[in-house]
Design a binder for this molecule. Structure first.
Ligand SMILES: NC(=O)c1ccc[n+]([C@@H]2O[C@H](COP(=O)([O-])OP(=O)(O)OC[C@H]3O[C@@H](n4cnc5c(N)ncnc54)[C@H](OP(=O)(O)O)[C@@H]3O)[C@@H](O)[C@H]2O)c1
Length: 288
């Protein structure tokens, strides 16, 4: 491993940094001399990450915060912990996601996939913005499915109470993340760059929540057709080391996605940002 250059070391927060692509990025960035804060809900996975960092002699450069990112309260508490420990963040990379075959709701009343895959990314991005602004080249990389036009935002039923499906929930949250990037990049006077990144089918992903038959067929498909993790995360290193000059960049498996794509519509982005802000106000009002 090349000796890290301490003059270039960055602070990087990785949501879902304990498994799959996020974990690989965490260890790779620590190996390059960065300080990484990995967020995940599973204590054993967090411990394994720290042990592996130790084995690679980068122990002091990896921090783990155990947090259930489907909880607004816990996500905000994690932000508080990060702010207490760090003055500046150079990159926030968003990976956390999990399939939910059945509709479940969080303690705050949100549909699980909406809360984890979309809402946590909204809260982390805006909640850490003040620290990202202090970086010379702050960037957020939202790893989801930009470029896909499948799925939709169910404007009248964001929590999918009427017609839940695991795929519909994933696609809705994916399209919501597309719009999150658009709204974030529209903020005036904002030096922090936003990158929407679709990694393509990758040899990662926790299949344990899925039914056995689907799990087996996805495992076979992954062995035959999925990209190695290192290949999928390679462009993320570039986004972190040299953030794009444009406020918003969208990349689908190496190809730029035109920002005129209908899934990146600015009016829809504003509409979703307003709806999300109202939902979070209801959480605040319900607090004792
Ligand atoms: N793999 C693919 O083929 C593919 C293709 C396109 C897009 N993507 C997107 O790329 C991203 C990363 O995928 P991946 O394959 O690397 O996923 P993964 O291996 O399943 O890792 C998911 C990460 O999210 C964390 N996580 C899950 N639920 C959480 C919760 N409630 N609170 C906190 N952390 C939680 C997990 O940690 P804990 O278990 O510790 O909670 C883990 O670190 C996802 O957004 C996915 O949709 C993946």
């Amino acid at each position: 491993m090349p000796e890290p250059d301490p003059t270039c070391s960055r602070v990087i927060v990785i949501s879902g940094g304990t498994d799959g692509m996020g974990r690989a990025l965490a260890l790779a960035r620590a190996g390059r001399g960065d300080t990484v804060v990995a967020l995940g809900s599973n204590l054993d996975k967090g411990r394994r990450l720290l042990a592996d960092a130790d084995k690679s002699s980068v122990a002091g450069r990896v921090e783990f915060i155990r947090v259930d990112l489907s909880s607004v309260g816990q996500t905000r508490a994690a932000i508080g912990e990060i702010i207490a420990r760090h003055d500046v963040i150079d990159a926030l990379v968003l990976f956390a996601n999990r399939q939910a075959p059945e509709r479940t709701t969080t303690a705050e009343g949100f549909e699980q996939t909406f809360a984890l895959y979309y809402l946590s990314r909204y809260i982390l991005g805006y909640g850490l913005l003040s620290l990202l602004r202090r970086s010379e080249a702050g960037v957020i990389v939202n790893v989801a499915g930009v470029g896909m036009v499948k799925g939709k935002i169910h404007w009248d039923d964001l929590q999918l109470e009427n017609d839940y499906g695991m795929v519909a929930a994933q696609l809705q949250a994916g399209r919501a993340n597309d719009l999150l990037g658009v709204a974030f990049a529209e903020q005036p006077d904002n030096p922090v760059r936003y990158v929407l990144y679709h990694p393509g089918f990758t040899r990662s992903g926790d299949l344990s929540p899925l039914p056995a038959v689907l799990r087996a067929s996805l495992s076979v498909a992954a062995r035959l057709a999925a990209r190695p993790i290192a290949e999928s995360i390679a462009p993320i290193h570039e986004f972190i080391d040299t953030p794009p000059s444009a406020p918003l960049t969208a990349i689908d498996r190496g190809k730029p996605v035109p920002l005129t794509l209908r899934t990146l519509d600015p009016a829809n982005a504003r509409h979703l940002a307003e709806a999300t802000s109202s939902l979070l106000e209801t959480v605040d009002r319900a607090r004792p």
